[in-house]
Ligand binder design. Structure first.
Ligand code: ADP
Length: 158
């Protein structure tokens, strides 16, 4: 059984993340979406809120598990017998950071491979930060995020 782990901040989950999740779902028998707690970044949504939003968005995918972890993501992956960590690549600007992360993770655990899925062109410009920036100005972001996330953003910036 091929098990994959897609780690990310997901602050909040966007249609770009969702596209990667759906495509990774085709490649693995089991998929975990993992939200690390205690990340350095200050997030708009709490870890619980982010996990909850992802679960709501993935309600039709009962075989995808959404969890928070206080472990290193490679350790989490090892514990659930995953063979790969999945990351999305939007454009060249993502490459440096992602290469660094994948190289460090490989040093930490050589048995876990990082698999990159290229963003679909319609989402290559999309990031959680740009969505938050637009929502902060009370502009509609329904093109970029699932409805439940749109509602949660409106609530945050009310
Ligand atoms: P992190 O803080 O771990 O980078 P993010 O939630 O920003 O968390 O992103 C998680 C992963 O999803 C990263 O690999 C990122 O490059 C990828 N990603 C984010 N937005 C998109 C998108 N629109 N299309 C494809 N991949 C994306």
């Amino acid at each position: 059984m091929k098990i994959g782990v897609y780690p990310g901040t997901f602050d909040p989950i966007t249609n770009g993340h969702l596209d990667i999740i759906k495509r990774a779902h085709q490649l693995f028998d089991k998929l975990y979406i993992v939200v690390p707690v205690n990340i350095g970044k200050s997030a708009l949504f709490t870890t619980e809120e982010r996990v909850d939003l992802i679960k709501k968005v993935l309600v039709d995918y009962p075989d995808i598990e959404v969890v928070a972890t206080d472990k290193l993501t490679v350790e989490f992956a090892k514990n659930v017998n995953a063979t790969a960590m999945i990351r999305g690549l939007r454009m060249v600007s993502d490459f440096d950071y992602e290469l660094q992360l994948a190289t460090i993770n490989k040093k930490l655990d050589a048995s876990i491979e990082t698999v990159f899925i290229m963003s679909s062109h319609e989402y290559s410009f999309l990031s959680s930060s740009s969505v938050k920036e637009i929502a902060k100005f009370k502009r509609d972001v329904s093109l970029f995020v699932p409805d439940v996330v749109n509602n949660a953003l409106q609530e945050k910036y009310k």
